[in-house]
Design a protein around this ligand. Structure first.
Ligand code: FAD
Ligand code: 2HG
Ligand code: ZN
Length: 482
């Protein structure tokens, strides 16, 4: 009932020996070659404690050259590796399946430059997202992405998963904001695509292959990213809606009437709220009555305090009068705003505390999205709770099934039904978390066989021995070639 898929170790891979360890110590220095059992246990285990590998070695390169030397050596020895950032990934992609060597990027955490005219930030892949946010804040800029895992996740991990998060509705995906990358291929070749230009149509834009490929094509070592200016006026409203249709209508209205300042549109249902209130210490419902069916967070970001507030208030008033929202409150200060965000961002943590969880991260046309949730509640009956929330502004549903413990019978109630439903509605079975180990064999629900075949050819070209994050992303038939 947990990781479920049965996978066999690729027999063409070799096994780590003492000569390998000596080579790495010589290359990186003793301190960057970690064999400590406690450290390895943590690095072998994913954030959900659902996926566990058995790697015996973790390497901490400090430079691109070191990453290059590591990969060149591993490739020649046919030693498989897992690139690891903050290990906050939710699809089992960031931990080994068997004994793969873990390449932890945390020591490559230098900020290289910030161009204060263009807002272009260049940094190493191991920079923690929250540190970049603070650094930019001091210089009058913000990161174009923000997510609940910001305290641990790294920009290299964000890029490798093409993380979406809370601001995508305003600033778009990393395919738009990442201007350049440096990546190291399986054979150790360093590919310098670290451009800092908004426009550059010279040939194939290869950086896009590394955005969202989850460490299966190369290790991202540096990133250049366009950061928007920090605007002075940020407002956050926490609202209640009686039904899902109202949430949907509210979104359409918000896009139309607040479009120029809208910076987030998130939703959670009452089951998500209950979970947060029951499991997160100090959390309380910002709205006096707890009898609401749906909650929506609307954030605006603009440059004129009084104009922005007036605009948002007028919007809320007319939405209230029109019956789209049944209750609501505007954050009065930054502390209140973070307590509102804590509720939304705290759902994954609350789910962890509640027991076993089956996660589905789906893109579904907004009109149809909640139909799936209703259907799942009927399917699951009393055996498990169905928790629904997500980035409504982007058509991204986080459907979580929460149960006291993992159970194959529960899994069989969920899969393949959820994937089939999503595919029939022309959705995506991975909106923002990637495929990892969890969904490597499910790719066909969202991509045609011809498309997957081309992906396989690209993988083979860039990583002929298949050493980079094996068993992940692509179906086993394509990724374990010999
Ligand atoms: P890891 O988990 O370490 O790795 C993720 C994948 O990227 C793995 O396949 C790994 O091999 C690969 N990888 C990591 N670094 C590199 C590198 N330098 N080069 C090549 N490959 C690399 N995701 C969203 O999209 N939106 C959200 O709103 C969101 N919220 C979250 C909230 C919480 C509480 C948690 C726990 C997770 C959330 N996530 C979200 C998922 C996760 O945080 C993101 O996918 C994040 O981008 C992963 O970054 P990381 O550094 O932790 O990467
Ligand atoms: C979020 O938006 C994350 O909170 C996590 O993407 C979603 O845990 C999940 O299902
Ligand atoms: Zn999300």
């Amino acid at each position: 009932g947990s990781a479920a898929t049965v996978i066999e170790r690729n027999t063409s891979f070799s096994t780590l020996n003492s000569d390998d360890v000596s080579y790495f110590k010589e290359l990186l220095g003793e301190k960057s070659v970690v064999e400590d059992e406690d450290v390895l246990l943590t690095a072998n285990t994913d954030w959900m404690r659902k996926y566990k590998g058995s790697s015996k070695l973790l390497l901490q390169p400090k430079t691109t050259h070191e990453v290059s030397q590591i990969l060149k050596y591993c490739n020649s020895r046919c030693l498989p590796v897992v690139p690891q950032g903050g290990n906050t990934g939710l699809v089992g992609g960031s931990v080994p399946v068997f004994d793969e060597v873990i390449i932890n990027m945390g020591s490559m955490n230098n900020i290289i430059s910030l161009d204060k005219v263009s807002g272009i930030l260049v940094c190493e892949a191991g920079c923690i997202l929250e540190n970049l946010i603070s650094f930019l804040d001091n210089h009058g800029f913000i990161m174009p992405l923000d997510l609940g895992a910001k305290g641990s996740c790294q920009i290299g991990g964000n890029v490798s998963t093409n993380a979406g998060g809370l601001r995508l509705v305003r600033y778009g995906s990393l395919h738009g904001t990442v201007l350049g990358l440096e990546a190291v291929l399986a054979n150790g070749d360093v590919i310098d695509m670290l451009g800092t230009l908004r426009k550059d149509n010279t040939g194939y834009d290869l950086k896009h292959l590394f955005i969202g490929s989850e460490g299966s094509l190369g290790i991202v070592t540096k990133v250049s990213i366009l950061t928007p200016p920090k605007l002075s006026s940020v407002n956050l409203a926490f609202l209640a809606c009686v039904d899902y249709f109202s949430c949907q209508k509210l979104l359409v209205e918000a896009k139309m009437r607040l479009g120029d300042i809208l910076s987030a549109f998130e939703f959670l249902d009452n089951q998500s709220m209950d979970l947060v209130l029951n499991h997160l210490e100090g959390a309380r419902n910002p709205l006096s009555s707890s009898m609401h069916n749906f909650y929506v967070l609307i954030e605006t970001t603009g440059s004129d305090e009084s104009y922005d507030k007036e605009k948002l208030e007028a919007f809320l008033l007319s939405s209230m009068e029109g019956g789209l929202i049944s209750d609501g409150v505007l954050a009065q200060d930054i502390n209140q705003a973070s307590s509102f965000w804590r509720i939304r961002e705290g759902v994954p943590e609350a789910l962890m505390k509640a027991g076993a969880v089956y996660k589905y991260d789906l893109s579904i046309p907004v009109e149809k999205m909640y139909d799936l949730v209703d259907e799942m509640r009927i399917r699951m009956g009393q055996t498990a709770k169905v928790i629904a929330y997500g980035h409504l502004g982007d058509g991204n549903l986080h459907l979580n099934i929460s149960a006291p413990q993992y159970d194959d019978k529960i899994l069989a109630q969920i899969e393949p039904y959820v994937y089939e439903w999503t595919s029939e509605h022309k959705g995506s079975i991975s909106a923002e978390h990637g495929l990892g180990l969890m969904k490597a064999n499910k790719i066909f629900y969202s991509k045609s066989p011809e498309t997957v075949q081309v992906m396989g050819s690209i993988k083979k070209l860039l990583d002929p021995n298949g050493i980079l994050n094996p068993y992940k992303v692509l179906p086993q038939s394509l990724s374990s070639y010999h």
